[in-house]
Write a protein that binds this ligand. Structure first.
Ligand code: APR
Length: 232
């Protein structure tokens, strides 16, 4: 059971050049999330949705993990079996930094799935509406990303981890999207120490015992060093 559970949001990947959603130049200021991040939007215009995720997949492929992702990988390597990352992000920067115990609760840009048969495979860089599913052949392929109104992945495992965590940290999230926005309160109710590492106060700052304000590439390595230098 992981002693340290870390929730990450778009802010941890901001310094890798990937956009956040709700900052002043965030993705939801440029795209209508109803059009590109809901099942209804996909039914209305598959080409637009594939275009949106193709662009994000290309950005992700050209981005690199930053010092925050690398620090979390270092923490997991130093404390095998005791660190779990729950990410809201669909980029693959945690995995590319070396983190292994990761739950991608909103899915992954680099995975595709078939809405007809459920088959999941590594997404091609460019997806198009008529791509046939490699398993069933039907043209029902989509990014394996959880859209608004859909059930995030791993909720049972996440719930159990929040019950047993001694430390819960949230990094780079505005705390505006449920169920992730409720994780700190759940962990705290179960006795965890809650730490927020963010560029500024968030909607859920009141749920935390400790705050480290600043860019993740600065605050996360310092926080990890502090954990690794303090007695178990
Ligand atoms: N370092 C740390 N925090 C940062 C940085 C940075 N360099 N840059 C921005 N932030 C913070 C912002 O202050 C903000 O609180 O990261 C947070 C980003 O918030 P959002 O853009 O709302 O992203 P997130 O919380 O991950 O959104 C949650 O909403 O649209 C859905 O599915 C999408 O997973 C996403 C979910």
């Amino acid at each position: 059971m992981a002693r340290i559970v870390v929730l990450t949001g778009a802010g941890i990947s901001a310094e890798s050049g990937l956009g956040t959603f709700r900052d002043e130049d965030g993705l939801w200021t440029k795209y209508d999330l109803e059009e590109v991040a809901t099942p209804q939007g996909f039914r209305r215009n598959r080409a637009l949705v594939h275009e949106f995720y193709n662009a994000r997949r290309a950005n992700c492929a050209s981005a690199r993990p930053n010092a925050a992702h690398e620090a979390l990988a270092r923490l997991e390597a130093a404390m095998p079996g005791e660190v779990l990352i729950v990410t809201q992000n669909v980029d693959d920067l945690h995995r590319r930094a070396g983190s292994r115990n990761v739950i991608e609760m909103h899915g992954a840009l680099m995975r595709a799935c078939c809405a007809a048969c459920g088959h999941v495979w590594a997404a091609p860089m460019i997806m198009a509406p008529d791509d046939p599913c490699p398993a069933c052949g039907q043209p029902e392929t989509r990014p394996d990303v959880v859209w608004f109104g859909e059930i995030p992945y791993g909720l049972d495992e996440i719930g159990a981890a929040l019950e047993g965590a001694q430390v819960f940290a949230a990094i780079g999230t505005s705390g505006q999207v449920w169920p992730a926005a409720g994780f700190a309160a759940s962990a705290r109710a179960a006795g965890a120490k809650c730490v927020e590492l963010n560029l500024e106060k968030s909607e859920i700052s009141g749920d935390f015992d400790e705050h480290h304000i600043g860019p993740a590439s600065v605050t996360v390595p310092l926080w990890v060093d502090m954990i690794l230098s303090s007695p178990a």
